[in-house]
Design a protein around this ligand. Structure first.
Ligand code: HEM
Length: 407
C-alpha cells in the first residue's frame, strides 16, 4: 500500500507504544502535518490524517464510516462486540439516526436545563470537600476528589445508578475503554472483557427497575417497550452514555487544570476575566482527551483528496494533531486560556459529533468557576502523574494545594 518512497507515520516518530511519544506526540504531529495530508502507519495498518482541514472535511465525508471491527474469537469477545455494534457510536445510516433522534432531546440546552442545578450542586459539594481536604491535609488529589467525581455523579444521575454502585461501574467502564488502546497487555484484554460482561448484566437489570427513573433511562426503557430499540440496543446505548460521559470529561478537566495551575499568571487572568468558557475551550483544544478516531472508506476513494488511499482502507483521524495545526490556530502550540473561542475537533464533526458536548461544556465551566472562585490560589503541589495511554490522554493523579494569598 505504501509506495516505499514516501515517509511513513513511523518514520516521522509515530509510536503509541513508546512512552516518550505518548508523553508529547505534538512534535511528531507537526512533522506529519508538514510531510503529507495522509501517511501510512505500518504498525496500525491504517492511514493517518493530521491536518485540521482534512480531518474536519473527512469526518463529514459520505464515503467514510465508523465500522466496528468485531474482535475474535467471537465466543470470548461476544459481549464486548455486541455492546459496540448495537450502540449509536458504531452504527450508521437509519439505525444511527433512530438511536440518535431518541436520545438527542436530553442533550439540547433545553433538555439539559433541569440538570443544570444538579451539576452546580455537585460542583459546590465537591469543592467544599476539596477545601476541607486542604484545611486538614494541605493538599488533595484533583483527579479523585474533583475530576472523577463530577462526571461520574452526573452520568449516574442521568442513568439512575445509585451512589453505592458508582465505584464498580466506573471500574468496568475504565476496563472497557482500555480495549480501544493500541498498546495493551493480555491482562488489559481480560479485565476489559470481564468489565463489559459485568456492565451489560448490570445495565440490563437497571433497565427493568420499575418506578420513577431519570429521563435518559426512562427514554431507553420506554423505547424497549414500544420496540423503537431492542433490548441490546438499550443496554449498549446506556453503557455508551456512561463511557462517553465520564472518561473524556475527567481527562479534559485534569489535563486543562494541569496547564492552568502551572502558571499562576494565567490562572489569575482567567479568574479576573471570569473567562470560564474560553479556558474550557482551550483545555479541550490544547490537549484533546481522545486523540484519535477511526473511519473506514466504505464508498469511492477518488474524491477524498488522500493520495494512495483506496476503498476498504482504514483511516485514523488525529483530533489532537488537528487542534494544534498552525495553519488553523495562531500560535497553535501555545496554551492560551484567554484565546477567543474558535471551533476545534475535540468533539469530532459530522454525524457522530459528540452528543454529550453541551453537557460536558456545562460541567467543565461550572466546576472551573466554582473551584477557582472558592480556591483562587490553587497550585500544583507536585508532579502530575500521566496515564501513559495514547488514545485516551489523561492523568491518574494531580496533587494540588492552596498557597496563602500574598498581601
Ligand atoms: C470532554 C468530554 C467529551 C469528549 C472530548 C467527547 C468526545 C467525543 C467524540 C470525539 C465523539 C465522536 C467520535 C467519532 O467521531 O468517531 C463522541 C461521541 C459521543 N459522545 Fe462524547 N465526548 C465527551 C463527553 C460526552 C458526554 C458528557 C456524553 C454523554 C453523557 C457523551 C456521549 C457521546 C455519545 C452518545 C457519542 C456518540 C454520538 C454518535 O455516534 O452520534 N460524550 N464524543
Amino acid at each position: 500500500m505504501n509506495s516505499g518512497v514516501r515517509p511513513t507515520a513511523e518514520s516521522l516518530g509515530f509510536d503509541p507504544a513508546d512512552t516518550a511519544f505518548v508523553a508529547d506526540p505534538y512534535p511528531c504531529y507537526s512533522r506529519m502535518q508538514e510531510a503529507a495530508p495522509v501517511l501510512w502507519s505500518q504498525s496500525q495498518q491504517m492511514w493517518l490524517v493530521s491536518r485540521y482541514e482534512d480531518c474536519n472535511r473527512l469526518l463529514r465525508h459520505p464515503s467514510l464510516a465508523r465500522v466496528f471491527q468485531r474482535r475474535e474469537p467471537e465466543q470470548r469477545w461476544q459481549t464486548f462486540n455486541w455492546l459496540n455494534d448495537h450502540a449509536m457510536l458504531d452504527t450508521e445510516g437509519a439505525t444511527h439516526t433512530r438511536m440518535r433522534r431518541l436520545l438527542s432531546p436530553q442533550f439540547t440546552r433545553t433538555g439539559l436545563a433541569d440538570l443544570s442545578d444538579a451539576v452546580n450542586g455537585v460542583c459546590t459539594d465537591l469543592v467544599a470537600q476539596a477545601a476541607d481536604a486542604i484545611a486538614s491535609q494541605g493538599v488533595f488529589d484533583l483527579v479523585s476528589v474533583i475530576a472523577e467525581q463530577l462526571p461520574i455523579r452526573v452520568v449516574c444521575a442521568l442513568l439512575g445508578i445509585p451512589p453505592e454502585d458508582q465505584h464498580k461501574t466506573h471500574d468496568w467502564s475504565l476496563a472497557m475503554v482500555r480495549l480501544f488502546e493500541y498498546a495493551r497487555s493480555p491482562e488489559d484484554d481480560e479485565r476489559g472483557i470481564q468489565g463489559a460482561e459485568a456492565f451489560a448484566v448490570y445495565m440490563s437489570k437497571l433497565l427493568e427497575v420499575q418506578g420513577p427513573a431519570p429521563a435518559a433511562m426512562l427514554t431507553l426503557a420506554n423505547a424497549v417497550e414500544d420496540a423503537t430499540l431492542d433490548r441490546r440496543e438499550a443496554v449498549a446505548n446506556a453503557i455508551l452514555l456512561f463511557n462517553g460521559g465520564t472518561g473524556a470529561t475527567i481527562n479534559a478537566l485534569g489535563n486543562g487544570l494541569v496547564l492552568l495551575l502551572a502558571d499562576p499568571a494565567q490562572r489569575n487572568a482567567v479568574i479576573e476575566d471570569e473567562a470560564w468558557e474560553c479556558a474550557v475551550e482551550e483545555f479541550l483544544r490544547y490537549e484533546a482527551p481522545l486523540q484519535l478516531f477511526e473511519r473506514q472508506v466504505v464508498g469511492a476513494a477518488d474524491d477524498l483528496g488522500l493520495p494512495g488511499v483506496q476503498s476498504g482502507d482504514r483511516i485514523g483521524l488525529l483530533l489532537g494533531a488537528a487542534n494544534r495545526d498552525a495553519s488553523r490556530f495562531a500560535d497553535s502550540q501555545t496554551f492560551d486560556p484567554l484565546r477567543p473561542v474558535q471551533p476545534h475537533l475535540t468533539f469530532s464533526a459530522g454525524t457522530h459529533f459528540c452528543l454529550g458536548a453541551p453537557l460536558a461544556r456545562m460541567e467543565l465551566q461550572a466546576i472551573l468557576r466554582t473551584l477557582l472562585t472558592a480556591l483562587p490560589n490553587l497550585n500544583l503541589a507536585g508532579k502530575p502523574e500521566p496515564e501513559h495511554t495514547y488514545v485516551v490522554r489523561g492523568h491518574r493523579r494531580i496533587p494540588v494545594s492552596q498557597i496563602p494569598m500574598r498581601q
